[in-house]
Design a protein around this ligand. Structure first.
Ligand code: GLP
Length: 243
């Protein structure tokens, strides 16, 4: 727990940088990083970019897999997760573009796209560290309430609460918010060697309580991290108000 959101972000950025450096990734055995979108990780990305520019860290041998992507908006749409990731992170560091993996929400066969994504994660050696945020309904990636805890990458219908939450990115117009997404599953995340979730703001306080203090259950999918051997929640004080 850190007092302010900035301090939580800086803890996470330092931690990720430390993990990558300690790993000493090579082309043959890159560091495989799972990544989220959303407001919460933006300052983590900014801090990682600063570390890169200061020569503290290199992303040359880092391979990334993003958690999720909307279905039905073009890849270059200003609110696609593809655009988000390049705008906030990838364009500013030395990661080879071929090392970046983001689900294609416009693939002609979405089920095949999801299966290929799971296979690509395995081929890369599995995810070393999955960074996550959470939705205010406790979802991790787009694993909405009711998702199987054994789920893998698939198409998911967004919960109405999520559509409302994300309308802020679509001119506050819910009609513009996609209703479907591709998302890694809860089990895909649990398979990572390590998971770090950043949870900031009072808007997440109920979700954090349900995920940490209730039993593991499919209505608050972040609660699945209780089953992981190496999971860390980094929260600011506001997010802990209900604990
Ligand atoms: C979306 C993403 C999640 C993210 C959530 C929270 O639903 N699919 O991965 O955790 O937004 O976003 P924010 O950090 O903006 O609250």
């Amino acid at each position: 727990i850190r007092e302010k959101p900035d301090e939580a972000s800086s803890y996470v950025a330092d931690y990720i940088a430390h993990r990558i450096k300690e790993f000493k990734p090579t082309r043959e055995r890159p560091f495989v990083l799972g990544l989220p979108t959303g407001g919460s990780p933006i300052s983590v990305y900014q801090l990682l970019v600063e570390k890169y520019k200061a020569g503290e860290i290199s992303f040359e041998n880092v391979v990334t897999f993003n958690m999720d992507e909307y279905v039905g908006i073009p890849r270059d749409h200003p609110q696609s997760y593809h655009t988000f990731m390049w705008r906030h992170f990838f364009s500013h560091v030395n990661i080879p573009p071929t090392n970046v993996h983001i689900l294609n929400g416009n693939a002609p066969d979405l089920a095949a796209e999801c299966d290929a994504y799971e296979a690509a994660i395995v081929a890369a050696g599995g995810i070393d560290l999955f960074l996550a945020g959470i939705g205010s309904d406790g979802h991790i990636a787009f694993n909405e309430p009711g998702s199987s805890l054994a789920s893998r990458t698939r198409v998911k219908t967004l919960a109405y609460d999520t559509v409302l939450d994300n309308a802020r990115f679509f001119d506050d117009d819910i009609a513009q918010v996609p209703r479907l997404a591709l998302t890694v599953g809860v089990q895909t995340i649990l398979d990572a060697r390590e998971v770090v979730a950043i949870v900031v703001g009072a808007r997440k306080a109920v979700a954090l309580r349900e995920c940490l203090e209730s039993s593991v259950n499919h209505m608050w999918t972040l609660s699945a991290l209780q089953l992981h051997r190496h999971a860390t929640i980094v929260a600011d004080e506001d997010a802990t108000l209900e604990l």
